[in-house]
Design a protein around this ligand. Structure first.
Ligand code: GLN
Length: 378
């Protein structure tokens, strides 16, 4: 058959996790916790199953869960999303991103993304016949010069994809970025897709600036979030999308014929669990401690730490160790040392010679210590 995605291979997360498994390496590559989620949450899901919540949920998500999602977003960001018409529960963040793109992007459209970019964006855009317009961000700070972004605009610019806190770099959008974005999109029809799956993982007293908080941006935006990160349960594959009525209407047209609805007992369990906001209020402190521990451990090695303001990823450079390209070096670390990471070049659409690795620190302290014990030998 004629491939819809010639030149696209297997996602780097699958490649590295598989390699880690083959070599019995400590897996700090794909982003997922190696500790259990709250047993109370598991109990609530199994109670839901025992109580008979085992048939299709409504297409848009369980009303109780949508209510809680809207309340959470509106309380945190001062927005006014309506649970009935502006919230849809999805099978994880990646599905929500794909559905949002499918609902409004078509042949000939151009979509601006900031590379290094989460690896699902570009293939999704290409599959829809649209063109990826990458803006290059560079280490150490991965900053955005919005004047340069403006140069990527054309008559065909349909959407900008934002991601803060950013995967893989841990960079976060500042008020200056938001102001520039408002100015740049004012008087245009450009849509926004804001991937905010790490919204609750932000450090050093910084505040997450959600696109939902700015009426001028909210009116043109799909905002995507993930329960996997919030609940330490990435395998449950539940997330959601927030969007104004007109955009959500189009989103649901696709959603209903793609997944139709998301599994019922987990929605029910999560809805009961989320009644206490303490669940997400303490998350930044929890992960900041992990970040700090990991940075402290890594400072004993020859890796150099890049800033990390959010997400559960720590990026490092390694020119004091080798001049090997990051993909080769990451493979060598798995095979020779038994530690898996992600080469950040995998998140660039165009070739790059930045030599940066990403480590996931959503791990038990002992896992992080064991990994660094090995990395320190370099
Ligand atoms: N978001 C996770 C990461 O960046 C992985 C998601 C996936 O494997 N598709 O590591």
């Amino acid at each position: 058959i004629q491939s819809k995605l010639p030149g696209t291979g297997t996602t780097i997360f699958t490649v590295m996790s598989k390699l880690a498994e083959e070599h019995k390496a400590i897996n700090l590559s794909q982003g997922f916790p190696d500790y259990s989620c709250d047993p109370d949450l598991v109990q609530l899901v199994s109670t839901a199953m025992n109580e008979g919540f085992n048939q299709y949920a409504p297409m848009t998500g369980l009303p109780a869960l949508r209510e809680l999602i809207a309340t959470k977003a509106n309380n945190l960001y001062g927005s006014d999303y309506h649970p009935e018409t502006e919230v849809t529960v999805t099978a994880g963040g990646t599905q929500a991103i794909f559905t949002a793109l499918s609902s409004c992007i078509g042949a000939g459209d151009e979509v601006i993304i900031f590379e290094p970019a989460y690896d699902s964006y570009a293939p999704a855009i290409k599959m829809l016949g649209a063109l990826v317009k990458p803006y290059h961000m560079a280490p150490p700070d991965y900053e955005i010069d919005w004047e340069m972004v403006k140069r990527l605009f054309s008559a065909n610019t349909k959407m900008i994809i934002l991601n803060s806190p950013h995967n893989p770099t841990g960079a976060v959008l500042s008020q200056k970025d938001i102001d520039a974005l408002i100015k740049l999109t004012k008087d245009t029809d450009i849509l926004l897709l804001s991937d905010e799956v790490y919204e609750h993982l932000i450090y050093d007293g910084k505040k997450h600036l959600s696109i939902a908080a700015y009426p001028e941006l909210r009116e043109r935006a799909f905002v995507i979030a993930s329960f996997g990160k919030l609940l330490h349960a990435t395998g449950w594959k539940i997330g959601y999308c927030l969007a104004p009525v007109q955009l959500m209407k189009e989103f649901r047209k696709i959603h209903q014929f793609n997944v139709f609805s998301v599994n019922t007992p987990m929605q029910k369990g999560i809805a009961s669990y989320l009644e206490k906001p303490s669940v997400y209020n303490g998350l930044s402190a929890f992960f900041q401690e992990k970040r700090d521990q990991f940075r402290k451990l890594m400072s004993q090695t020859k890796f150099d730490l890049l800033p990390c303001h959010g997400s559960y990823f720590q990026c490092v450079t390694y020119n004091r160790i080798t001049d090997q390209a990051d993909t080769d070096f990451a493979k060598r670390l798995i095979k020779d040392l038994g530690v898996a990471s992600i080469p950040v070049s995998a998140f660039y659409i165009r070739n790059t010679d930045h030599q940066v690795l990403r480590f996931c620190f959503a791990k038990k302290q002992e896992t992080l210590e064991k990994a660094v014990e090995r990395l320190i030998t370099l």
